[in-house]
Design a protein around this ligand. Structure first.
Ligand code: NAI
Ligand code: MG
Length: 330
């Protein structure tokens, strides 16, 4: 008897979002694991057409699915992805940056996991205009969310053979907010004596990431710093086309490339599908399909090593052909 298919909600979004989610769905289907994909709209085009960037039907579809595969949206990112993360309760954003053989990059030994807090910080959405010339944004840091993300990072490190967690902060300036974040990280670190713990100021961590990312294994940080550092880490390994992410919570999971809708290359077949395909591998692993996840990762690694890649990585393939190169190696 065949297994019940995994019900996955796909939200392609804008720009290259539909191109890369289609690639990921093709690879997932090619693994032979049974999926039932259902597509939902969201983003700038959807806003223009329907008056809503995130229709209720999309939200309900995401909530009902076992996992969500998200492409990218454009200007409506805050209304769509921030709201989805909040509604799905996905408090942790896992952002791996791993260098691949055959891909030109700054540091070929990079293998870093950034654990980004996903629910608060400056992205809590508390902006106010005090006068026409003065605007404020409130940075929200809570004990509950900070301890929760720190514990998540240490659990991740322990489960994946990582020996060290680095808390990234700016507590020399943001004394109260990052002071609380660090207090929580230290408290949690004391429960994980088998994992080394260190702290790094975000500015100096950014510099060190460029010089030698191998000195970090797992970084845990607040929302804004995690957003910026994960793009930086993507640059270190060869670009945004290679970096997936997983938004995880107690009940829901949403997988999305780190990149945005890339309007400069949308509709031209230039989008690198690797980040979205790696999202597919993370999704498989989340659903307990470890063997299929490994097959996807190995197939992608082999295609990258063979130079069967898109232009951003120096190759000559379009999105469809680069996806085919992965499927051929599954
Ligand atoms: P971006 O990540 O879309 O693009 C930055 C640069 O990387 C561009 O030159 C783009 O062509 C390139 N790039 C990105 N992904 C690529 C891929 N898969 N293959 C090859 N090249 C790739 O960031 P940008 O340009 O700052 O933002 C564009 C739009 O995306 C904005 O409207 C922004 O709000 C939105 N955005 C949405 C996100 C989301 O939906 N989660 C996340 C980040 C940005
Ligand atoms: Mg970002």
């Amino acid at each position: 008897m065949s297994k019940t298919p995994h019900h996955v909600a796909v939200i392609p979004g804008d720009g290259i979002g539909p191109e890369v989610t289609a690639a990921a769905a093709q690879v997932l289907t090619a693994t032979g694991v049974a999926f039932a994909f259902r597509s939902y709209e969201a983003g700038d085009d959807c806003l223009e057409r329907t008056g809503k960037a995130l229709p209720q039907e999309t939200l309900d579809g995401a909530l009902a699915a076992k996992a969500v595969l998200f492409g990218a949206v454009g200007k409506s990112a805050a209304e769509v992805i921030l709201r989805l993360r909040a509604e799905l309760g996905t408090f942790a954003n896992l952002r791996p940056s791993k260098a691949y053989q055959g891909v030109p990059c700054l540091h070929p030994k990079t293998d870093l996991m950034i654990v980004r807090e996903n629910t608060e910080c400056l992205y809590a959405g508390h902006e106010s205009r005090l006068t026409p010339e003065v605007v404020t944004a409130t940075r929200v840091i809570t004990r509950g969310a900070s301890e929760r993300i720190a514990r998540f990072a240490f659990d991740y490190a322990r489960a994946h053979g990582r020996r060290m967690v680095t808390a990234v902060h700016k507590s020399n300036v943001l004394r109260l907010s990052d002071g609380l974040f660090l207090e929580c990280c230290r408290k949690v670190a004391a429960d994980y004596r088998d994992i080394a713990y260190e702290e790094a100021l975000v500015d100096s961590a950014a510099m060190k990431l460029v010089l030698d990312p191998t000195q970090y294994q797992v970084m845990v940080t607040t929302n804004l710093f995690g957003d910026i550092l994960s793009d930086l880490a993507a640059g270190v390994i060869g670009g945004l086309g290679l970096c997936p992410s997983a938004n995880l919570g107690p009940e829901h999971a949403l997988f999305e490339p780190v990149h945005g809708s890339a309007p400069d290359i949308a509709g031209q077949g230039k989008a690198n599908p690797s980040a979205a395909i790696l999202c597919g591998a993370m999704l498989l692993r989340h659903l307990g399909e470890e063997a299929a996840a490994l097959r996807v990762e190995k197939a992608l690694e082999a295609a990258l090593a063979a130079g069967e890649v898109t232009g951003d990585l120096g190759g000559s393939l379009n999105t469809t052909a680069a996806t085919g190169a992965v499927i051929a190696r599954l």
